[in-house]
Every structure is written in C-alpha cells, then in structure tokens.
Design a protein around this ligand. Structure first.
Ligand code: MN
Ligand code: MN
Length: 331
C-alpha cells in the first residue's frame, strides 16, 4: 500500500491509501511507452493536478476494479430482482452469488492484472505465450470465478502448449474484452496494424471470434482516444458508429438493454447505453450494474471507459475506501 494524494473530492479523511499494485502497474506500463513519464509517479494525482494521461490510466484501472466489485453483487440478477432485494444498488456491499466480501473483485480485474504482468515481463510487448502462461497461473490460483470459454481454452492450452484458441463462432463471450485494459495502455501511440496484432494476440488465447475481435478493437481504440482527452461524441463517431455499421448487431439505439448476458453483443449494448447516456462515472456504473445480468463485467468495461474519460476525481470516495480496505487486508 502506498500513500497518494488524491483530489479532495475523493479523499475520505486525510490521506487515502490506494492499492500500490494498481499504481505501480499503471506507472510501469505507461513508462514503457513514455520514458519521460518515469519520474511522474503520483504527482499527477495531487489536488489541482491536471488530468494527465497517467491520471486517466490510473482511473481506468480503478474504474474497472470498482465496476467489477460493484457489479459482482448483482451478477445474474434481473433488474426486477435487484429492485426488490436492494432497491438501487449503489454501494460496494459484496455478497452476490459468489458471496464476496465488500470490495472484492472477480476475474475481470484479476485477469487484467495477470495480463498486465505478462506484458510488463515482455518489456511492453503483448506475447500470446506469455499471456497464456499468465492466465494459466491465474487459473491455478483458484480464482473466485472463471468463464466457460476461458476455462475450456486454457485447459486446451495446458494440453497442447498452443496459445491460440481455434476460431469458433460460439466463442463470442465478453471474456477477452473484459481484460484488455493493459493492452490498451501498452499500445498507446502505436500504428493501427500493431494495435490490432496486440489486441488479437491477447484475445485469441481464449476467444477467437470475429465479434469478440471487433469489440476488443473498438474498446482499445476508445480507451486510446479517451486517455488522450477525446470527447464522448468524438469516440462515438470515430469508433462506435463504424463498429455498428460493420456489425449492425452492436446497434444499441433500438431498445434498452436490460439483463445483458455474457454475449459480447449484449454486453457492449448495455455498456454503450450506460456510458453515452449518463454524465458521470458514478451514474454510469450505477446505471449499468442495475441492469443486472453479467453485471460485474458490464461494470468493469464501463468503469474502464468512464475512468479514462472522467479521471480519478470522478471515483466516489466511498467506493475507493472499500476497495482499499480489501486490499489492505490482503497485504
Ligand atoms: Mn467476473
Ligand atoms: Mn461476469
């Protein structure tokens, strides 16, 4: 754990302690690309600090984690069940079908961190074998949850040593999309072909599917622009509309997407509606997780986008404080 200076709006009382692993990862992964940022450390997060790329990257990681922890409570519930049991779900209370302690994250966050480690160990390159080995180690650590496609293709990797899953029209789940943040950070500033290759390299370890690929490419491009400070409207026009044009299934303006499944099309429809139709990180995450369904994953992906867009000041202090407590206990 390390002490950081967060904007007053997210500081509970005095100084806040944040998970050092997040900060370290963000610093190291951005440093891979911009040596000039090596010495910036957490200065970017002091009060009145400008909203730098580093601050947005940190907020994307924390947004992913709080979205995951928030959504896990209501994963697999319908909006109606959430309404009846909780009302509006807006706090990191733990529980849910996984019976989690408050603030505990699931595979969406822990796979992202495992992938980030693998990328850092390869000097910022996204290597399929290193990613597969990292996921395999992660699976041996008995994670609290694991998707079916992830499990099946990691078992196959164990048997064959082959880090590329076979193409499958059935593997259109959201498992590759939920963990791609470190790839977005590692490829920032690279040309389109290099970015696409890196996106596929990590995704195809478990999900080799054109809809998953299209979603992952779109999300990485969105994160790149959001980290650079692009407006939501710009990101919509530059990346989401072309995706919908190519794959009309992703069209998210027809009807409200409640109870989104783990199918990447459902997941992104709910995420896009929540991200584009709200005006803040907290509203966005409360909106998306209260749709139920695969709520930890919609929360994680929406949290990543909203964190990159709104920055660290937008992270509610009551969420960070609970996430923090969990990490402190685990140290
Ligand atoms: Mn999960
Ligand atoms: Mn999930």
């Amino acid at each position: 754990m390390e002490k950081v200076y967060l904007p007053a709006t997210v500081r509970p009382r005095g100084d806040l302690r944040l998970p050092g692993t997040f900060l370290q990862r963000v610093r190291r992964s951005t440093a891979v690309l911009w040596p000039r940022m090596l010495n910036l450390s957490c200065a970017a997060l002091r009060p009145q600090a400008p909203l730098t790329v580093e601050a947005r990257a940190l907020a994307a990681y924390l947004g992913l984690a709080v979205g995951d922890a928030l959504g896990a409570t209501v994963e697999f519930l319908t909006p109606k069940e959430i309404q009846q049991q909780i009302g509006v779900h807006r706090n990191l209370t733990g529980g849910g079908w996984l019976k989690l302690r408050p603030g505990v994250v699931t595979d969406d966050t822990t796979m992202s961190l495992a992938l980030g480690d693998a990328i850092l160990a390869c000097q910022g390159r996204v290597e399929p074998l290193a990613a597969a080995q990292a996921f395999d180690r992660w699976m041996r650590g008995k994670p609290v949850d694991i998707g079916n496609t992830v499990r099946r293709n990691l078992v196959r990797f164990r048997q064959t040593g082959e880090p590329h899953a076979l193409p499958s029209e059935h593997d259109a789940g959201n498992g590759a999309a939920m963990r791609l943040l470190p790839v977005a950070l590692a490829t920032l500033g690279q040309d389109a072909d290099a970015v696409r290759a890196a996106v596929h390299a990590q995704a195809h370890v478990t999900h080799h599917n054109i809809l998953s690929d299209a979603a992952c490419e779109t999300l990485v491009a969105m994160v790149h622009d959001l980290l650079a400070g692009a407006e939501k409207k710009t990101v919509l026009q530059r990346h989401v509309q072309p995706l919908v044009q190519q794959y009309p299934l992703f069209g998210f303006r027809r009807r409200r997407c409640d109870n989104p499944s783990g199918y990447i099309v459902d997941t992104l429809q709910a995420v896009f509606q929540a991200f584009f139709d709200t005006d803040g990180l907290e509203d966005c995450l409360i909106d998306v997780v209260n749709r139920g369904g695969d709520a930890d994953t919609t929360g994680a992906i929406a949290g990543m986008l909203a964190g990159a867009h709104y920055g660290p000041k937008a992270l509610p202090r009551r969420w960070l404080a609970v996430l923090d407590a969990k990490t402190r206990a685990a140290c």
